[in-house]
Ligand binder design. Sequence first.
Ligand code: TXA
Ligand code: MG
Length: 347
Amino acid sequence: MSLITEFYRMGTDPLSDDGAMSRAAAIIREGGLVGMPTETVYGLAASALDERAAEKVYAAKGRPSDNPLIVHVAYPEEAEEIAYTSDLFYALAKRFMPGPLTVILPKKSTVPAGVTGGLDTVAVRCPAHPVAHELIRRSGVPIAAPSANRSGSPSPTTAEHVLRDMDGRIEMILDGGPCEIGLESTVIRLTEDGCEILRPGAVTEFMLAEVAGSVSVAKAVIDPALAGDKPLSPGMKYKHYSPNADVVLVDGDDARFADYVRAHITDAEAVASADSSADHFNFCNRLSCGKTANADEASRALFSILREADDRGYTRLYIQLPPAEGRYLALYNRLIRAAGGRIVHIK
Ligand code: TXA
Ligand code: MG
């Protein structure tokens, strides 16, 4: 069934777009789907209490239904409706919510099995974006939302990306402009003495350690091949974020990276680099990952660049491998997945 997808450009204050917000909330309550901006990436929003709405989400994404959805709440206390919380959950919530952190908790029976891929846990997140917050509040239900891309393509960081992937498949898209962070939230599970990072994001290991005591990083974060058949987080096992272009990750310093690109790149291919290093690549196609080389700008640009590479028909994209630590860990994790795990070492 093909739908007419309503596209609505929001102003800076969602409260002043009363009509669009009410319409979107009504769609959610009636079991429909809305593309909504969050501070990380755009989400495909549906009622988390409605199993049939969850089925529509999987169908619209073309996603295997054993990969569970994140449930979004307007305030951390609303987690009580869907999950068994703990002191550590509230300590983390006090510091990081609303914001880009998702916590896996034991689930209550209010959440249908179809939302959590049959797991007895549920992923809870409280987004900071004012439009997402207002949509959850007005809908009056917790909102299940995976990233609003077709399964296997890069996550959407603009409303135009959502329109490309979801036109005719969902009822409405709320355009809240480009996402500030650009990579999906940090996903953690709580352990006896702290937590484990299952998917790295803008809330880093170091930041979590200030609240959670002992923090570990799941091995599959650095090496997707280690996710195995029964990973802690089902999303770990899927090849993700893959553009059609072949992503070549080069592990080497700036000079060696530039030399490698110069020796290999063809006219049908492109390099991704910060504008500050544009001079090194004036002989080839280049996609910009921000003005200067830093983790925030590169994170914000990554998914757009992967989509742009395909739009321009580049067959291969050369990217310098960032360090697998700190604020670069999330970028590293998405890049090795986009590259299918292959890295060229030239140290
Ligand atoms: O930033 C984000 O988290 C975005 C925005 C829209 O909020 N959402 C997002 O959802 O990235 P999605 O569905 O694309 O990714 C959810 C990830 C998957 O890797 C999934 O396997 C994992 O979270 N996950 C969800 N529920 C889980 C659970 N109960 N146990 C373990 N992992 C879970
Ligand atoms: Mg996703």
